[in-house]
Design a protein around this ligand. Structure first.
Ligand code: NI
Length: 276
């Protein structure tokens, strides 16, 4: 196991850092093929000592489980993303079930609905999503939910799933819908994940939601290598930048970074049963 933070002098320096968890980053992406170790070092230097990497399909789940063997503090979600579900087969549930036995797997994801990209017919998306929600309930794992322009159907399928109302159903990742959607998800027990767009100039509606959501239901994410916060918008994102999301969230809620760090880390530990 590679320690991302092995130097004792660095450890001393880091004691003053607010610990943060990036609950959504795609570290298996090609964008990190050349320098993941350096990226993980920068994350640790920024206080980001735990990350959750969600799979997009079965292949990426395997790749990410290998990363979990290599890096301390790297947790995994296994699942099939709606944009990877065009060739969905119900046997994949058995494969996911087997993959989820790995001790670093803490969630089923990234699953959900995407009506923006036309990669998978809606009926197939609904079926794949519903089957994976059932799997999560059977395993007692939370889900990491992707929603792109599909809020009403996502809420309906979540409400119909056995996860609704359970203690830790999951997170609406990179939340980008309206307050009515947020409220319904919160009522079902879901958490809301906030990403780089919280820092974008035109995101006042999103900032209002992030300021209003209960403090014990919010998470900070990067969605690396996508969605870089300002001032890195348009460039490759990485887990260290979750600090910029947390800083903006703290400012919006009139809290210190330490308070937001504590709250979101506690939330991540509670939802995903991470090690404390
Ligand atoms: Ni993602």
């Amino acid at each position: 196991v590679k320690s991302v933070d092995s130097s004792s002098s660095l450890l001393t320096l880091h004691e003053s850092l607010v610990p943060l968890v990036d609950t959504h980053c795609h570290l298996d992406a090609h964008a990190f093929a050349g320098d993941l170790e350096v990226v993980m070092g920068r994350a640790a230097a920024a206080g980001v000592t735990q990350v959750i990497v969600p799979a997009l399909d079965l292949d990426s789940a395997g790749t990410i489980l290998n990363l979990a063997e290599e890096y301390e503090g790297l947790y995994v979600a296994v699942g099939v993303h709606p944009n990877s579900a065009a060739a969905w087969r119900d046997e994949w549930i058995d494969d996911l079930y087997a993959l989820a036995a790995h001790p670093q797997v803490v969630a089923i994801g990234e699953i959900g609905l995407d009506y923006y990209w036309d990669k998978t017919p809606p009926a197939t998306q609904h079926h794949a999503f519903a089957r994976q929600l059932e799997l999560a309930a059977k395993l007692g794992l939370p889900v990491i939910v992707h929603n792109r322009d599909a809020g009403a159907d996502v809420l309906r399928l979540l409400a119909e799933s056995p996860l609704a109302g359970t203690g830790r159903p999951g997170v609406l990742h990179s939340f980008s819908a309206d307050w009515a959607t947020a409220e319904k998800a919160l009522d079902m027990g879901f958490y809301l994940g906030f990403t780089g767009p919280l820092t974008y100039k035109k995101a006042d509606d999103l900032r209002a939601i992030a300021a209003r959501a209960p403090l014990d239901r919010i998470l900070v994410e990067t969605d690396s290598p996508y969605l870089s916060p300002e001032p890195y918008r348009g460039r490759r994102n990485e887990p260290a930048h979750v600090r910029l999301v947390a800083e903006r969230l703290a400012e919006l809620r009139g809290l210190s970074l330490a308070q937001i760090g504590r709250a979101t880390t506690d939330n991540a530990v509670r939802l995903f049963h991470l090690e404390e």
